[in-house]
Design a protein around this ligand. Structure first.
Ligand code: PLP
Length: 385
């Protein structure tokens, strides 16, 4: 077959679908900074484009690649992960009901709570992966969206996407999966029944902590997708062409970076479990994680670059350890090639379900022995295995 449909996803990513520029035969695509496009003398648009807020050609290859990697029908880039997420909630009508997990990326949870306070939506927050609670919360014909984030940031709670989709679909709701922590390398939510996949492409999709971007991928082009396409252009939360180009460049190495970081995260989690200065480790790759079996079933090739752990000695000790690390940079965000640490609860503020002694680690692509040594020196005691 000449269309590449038999190629492994890592091949598709490395070659960005194998496209070459038809005008110049360039292997690397050009960046299109033009804000506007010329009409023909009859007033038509022979290039098929009018204005960059509607669609910029620099998006095309990145969107096509992401849709392909996720097994979706189409993808759209946004100016941030939050822009992608809030665009979905903006499609709701007044009084529509949303179900989201208690543990999830805090700004999206806060945003949902603000929409409730503004009288825009009704919301139930249910324990992650609790199907009894989900079933109880679902309102047939009223619940429009069941939001899933798996693994969840920062507690690595796991949700069974297929079981969630079965319940949500039976009640007429759509499932949206924030798959930022998985990337399509480790999990493809559409294969498990999700209707939409959302990414903070700022994280591991781009992978170099130098782009703010978001993305949505749809399982099918339906009325909701048409509305999202329309709304992106009207709301104007679009990505700059330079950022789109950088994102595509980053995605080319996705299949090298993601398994590497995940393998290091697994090793670090296993070492921290046995560390005398650590109270608890949150990582779905650990057999002791309560939903390890679900994670193992719906993820493949690793369990992600993010892990969290509680430090013996409480919040003050956690803060000290974060500051004492040398290689791990004490900074927010995740998914870059350099490892980061963050004392998380103060960032999320009052009401967060995150323990106040929790440190979140984003594992990069450094030598794992160096990262382990850095953790040992900062924790002040050597691990026992
Ligand atoms: N979803 C998750 C899981 C995240 O971690 C983040 C950001 O940290 C977002 C969404 C929001 O993405 P952005 O910062 O690109 O707006």
């Amino acid at each position: 077959m000449a269309d590449g449909s038999q190629d492994h996803p890592s091949t598709l990513a490395a070659q960005a679908l194998g496209r070459v520029d038809p005008d110049t035969r360039a292997i690397i695509p050009p960046i299109h900074p033009s804000a506007t496009y010329e009409r023909a003398s009859d007033g038509s648009y022979p290039g098929g484009r009018t204005y960059t807020r509607d669609h910029n050609p620099t998006y095309d290859q990145a969107e096509a690649l992401l849709a392909r990697l996720e097994g979706g029908d189409a993808a759209l880039l946004f100016s941030s992960g939050m822009a992608a997420a809030t665009t979905i909630f903006d499609t709701l009508d007044a009084g529509d009901h949303v179900i989201a997990p208690q543990q999830m990326y805090w700004t999206i949870r806060r945003w949902l709570e603000e929409l409730v306070a503004r009288g825009r939506i009704e919301l139930d927050l249910v324990p992650n992966g609790d199907h009894v609670a989900l079933k109880r919360a679902l309102r047939r014909g009223r619940t429009r969206i069941v939001w899933v984030e798996t693994p969840a940031n920062p507690t690595c709670a796991i949700t069974d996407i297929a079981a969630t989709a079965e319940l949500a679909h039976a009640a007429g709701a759509r499932v949206v999966a924030d798959s930022t922590l998985s990337t399509p390398v480790l999990c493809r939510p559409i294969e498990h029944g999700a209707d939409l996949v959302m990414h903070s492409a700022t994280k591991q999709l781009n992978g170099h902590a130098d782009v703010l971007a978001g993305a949505l991928v749809t399982a099918r082009r339906d009325d909701l997708w048409d509305r999202i396409v329309h709304d992106r252009a009207y709301r104007g939360a679009v990505l700059g062409p330079f950022e789109a180009w950088l994102l595509l460049r980053g995605m080319r190495t996705l299949f090298l970076r993601v398994p590497h970081s995940a393998a290091s995260a697994q090793l670090i989690a296993e070492r921290l479990v046995a560390h005398p200065a650590v109270v608890e480790v949150f990582y779905p790759g650990l057999a002791s994680h309560p939903d390890h079996a679900v994670a193992a079933r719906q993820m493949s090739g690793g369990f992600g670059m993010l892990l969290s752990f509680r430090v013996a000695g409480g919040a003050a000790e956690a803060r000290r350890v974060a500051g004492a690390l040398r290689l791990f940079k004490n900074a927010t965000s995740l998914g870059g090639v350099e490892s980061l640490v963050e004392h998380r609860a103060p960032v999320e503020g009052p009401g967060t379900p995150v323990p106040d002694d929790l440190l979140r680690l984003s594992i990069g692509i450094e030598a794992v022995a160096d990262l382990l040594a850095d953790l040992d020196q900062a924790l002040g005691r050597k691990s026992t295995n």
